[in-house]
Design a protein. Sequence first.
Length: 233
Amino acid sequence: MPASVQHISSHIVEQLGTATATERPLLVALQGPQGSGKSYLSGLVQSVLSKPPHSLRVAVLSIDDIYHTHADLKLLAENNPRNPLWKGRGQPGTHDVGLGIRVLQALRQNKDAVEIPRFEKSLFHGEGDRLPLDGTGPIIVAPTDVVIMEGWCMGFYPISSSELKQRWNDDWLSQRELLQLSEHITGNLECIQAVNEKLQSYVDLWSFFDVFVQVRQLVHFIGGANLDVISLS
């Protein structure tokens, strides 16, 4: 078992009192780069917390499952033809934040069974589509003790225009040059500004969470290697 799993699990158990006093689950956001093993890590934490001595009721979901429907993603791309960041899913602006808020509200109330949205990435030749909430999806039965939501942009907040411009002309410029990325891949400054503005609506989503976990180093779970850089708050 990676040491990071025990580290995160212990931190969650320590923070449980902030939620149990109001008889609601502790909501945990787990963020990390794409390919860092967030889903795998979340599953391991769920397994540890569900077993003795903790024996907690733990639910896990992904921000990927609240992507807009295929039709809405296509409309977003068509309405922003010069922004390559919205040609597919993934970036802020491609999620149904309202749906996410409704799901988290229902889970936080801790009274009724809640169907979790599902986004099937294989549909439409890999473009994907969100499946209907028709009772066939995974059901989280109340009450729960811990809810973990994982995703690469969990907890991302918009930054000021001045900071965005400074980063665009400094660190991001050096990275674009190093990786030889052109603007038809990364978008220009206006494209980045548009995505940054979309992050404002995500702030309401982040307000639900009691604990934030950040995986800051990309490693592989092969041969027993561990995630060795974890930030908790």
